[in-house]
Design a protein around this ligand. Sequence first.
Ligand SMILES: Nc1nc2c(ncn2[C@@H]2O[C@H](COP(=O)(O)OP(=O)(O)OP(=O)(O)O)[C@@H](O)[C@H]2O)c(=O)[nH]1
Ligand SMILES: [Mg+2]
Length: 443
Amino acid sequence: MFDALSDRLQTALASLTGHGRISEDDVNVAMREVRLALLEADVNYKVVKDFVKRVKERAVGADVIESINAGQMVVKIVHEELTAILGEGDRTFRFDGSPAVIAMVGLQGSGKTTSSAKLARWIVRQGRQPMLVAADIYRPAAIDQLKTLGASLDIPVYSAEPGTRVVDIATGALAQAKQTGRDVVILDTAGRLQIDDALMAEIREVHEAVRPRETLLVVDAMVGQEAVSVAEAFHENTPVSGLVLTKIDGDARGGAALSIAAVSGLAVKFMGTGEKPDEFEVFHPDRLAGRILGMGDVVSLVERAQEAYDEKEATKLAEKLQKNAFTLNDFLEQMQQVKKMGPLGSIMEMIPGMGGAAKQAQQAIDRGDLAHVEAIIRSMTPAEREDPGLLNASRRRRIARGSGTSLPEVNRLVKQFGEMQKVMKMMRGKGGRMPGLPMGPLG
Ligand SMILES: Nc1nc2c(ncn2[C@@H]2O[C@H](COP(=O)(O)OP(=O)(O)OP(=O)(O)O)[C@@H](O)[C@H]2O)c(=O)[nH]1
Ligand SMILES: [Mg+2]
C-alpha cells in the first residue's frame, strides 16, 4: 500500500543524507517534498501540516550527536514523528474478565467477520479460550461464513435463530460462554451500508447490556479518507474503543492508515494484512513507520549513535555517584532525561540497578508529578540544591510558596532525596548493586 509514498519520502530525504551540518533552507526544501508526498498519498491535510511543522521545529536547531550527520538526524526525526501520528491514542487491547466481551462493529464489507476470526485465533495464541458469536441477524449466509471460519480454526461459534435481537444474542452468548468455560466472547455484528441512527443505537444498546471490554470499529483502509470520516462519526456517537484497520495489503495510497488515528482520536489496535486468518497483526506504529519510510538502516544507525552518546553520559553520572557528588540538580536533570527519552529512558537503565528508578520516574512523569518536583527544585537557591542540609523550616515554607506546591510535598522530596543519598553511600560501601531510587513526592 505504501510503495509510492515510500519512494517519494526516500527521494525527498536522500538529498539531506549527504552533507554535514544542515541549514534551515535544506530542511525547508526536503520538507516541501515530504509534504507533497504525504498529500499525494491522501493523508489528511491537517495531519500533514502539523507533521511538517513538528519535524521542522525539531530538525532546525536539533542537537546533532557526534558521529552522525544532520541529514541522518532528520530521517530519524521524520521516523519518530511518523510513529507518533500512526500511534495516536491508547493502543492497549483489553480482554481481561471472565468472560471479556469484544464487539466488532463497522460498515458492510469492512472485514468484521474475517477480523473476528483472526482476532479469535490471535486470542488463542495469548492462551485464552475465545468463542465467536454470529450476531449478524440479517443474513443467514453470514452465520454460515462465521461457522466455516470457526470450524477451520477449531473455535466454537454461537448463533441464534434469524431475527433474534442483537442484544439478546449477546446476552445469550455470554451465558453460554460462562457455562462452557469460554473466557472471551467475540461478537461479529451485521454491517450496514451507511452510518445511521439505528446502527448507533444498536451499538449503544449492546454496550449497556453486556459491557464489552472493547468495541472495535473495523475500517477498510482501501476506502481512503472515507474511512477517516467513518471513524470520526462512530467515535462521536458510540462507545467505540479502538480500530481494526483492514486491507492494508491493498493498493490504495495509504493516507487513511496514516491519518485515521490522528484525526479520529481512536487508536488503531490491530491491522489486517490479507485475507488469510494469520494475516493479522497487533498494530506497531514504529514498525509501520519503518516500513513506510524504508530507511531502517539510517534509523538504527542514529539509534546506535544515540546509545553510545547516552552511555558516555551514564558513565559521567556513575562517576558522580561514586564521588557522592550527586545533587538535586543532577536529580532534576535525570528526571528530564527520562522525560525526553520517553518510555525507553535509557541513561538510568544503563546504570546497574537503576532500571527500577527509571520506571518509577517514568510513572511519575506519566502522572504529571515531575512538574511539581521540577518546580520545587527550581525554587531552591543554588546553594540549597547543592546542600539540602541548609533547608530549615522557613526556607522550606518559602520554597513551597515559590513553587506553588505544599510544605508536605517539599518535605517529602527532601526526605526522599536524603534517603536516596544514604542508600547510595551504603551501596558504595558494599560495592553492590543499587536498588531503585525513591522518587520524591512521586513514589
Ligand atoms: N486483502 C484483504 N482482504 C480482506 C481483509 N480483511 C477482510 N478482507 C476481505 O474483505 C471481504 C469482506 O470481509 P468480511 O469479513 O466478510 O466483511 P464484513 O465486514 O464481515 O462484511 P459484512 O458482514 O457483509 O458487513 C472478504 O472478501 C474478505 O476476505 C484484509 O485485511 N486484506
Ligand atoms: Mg460479516
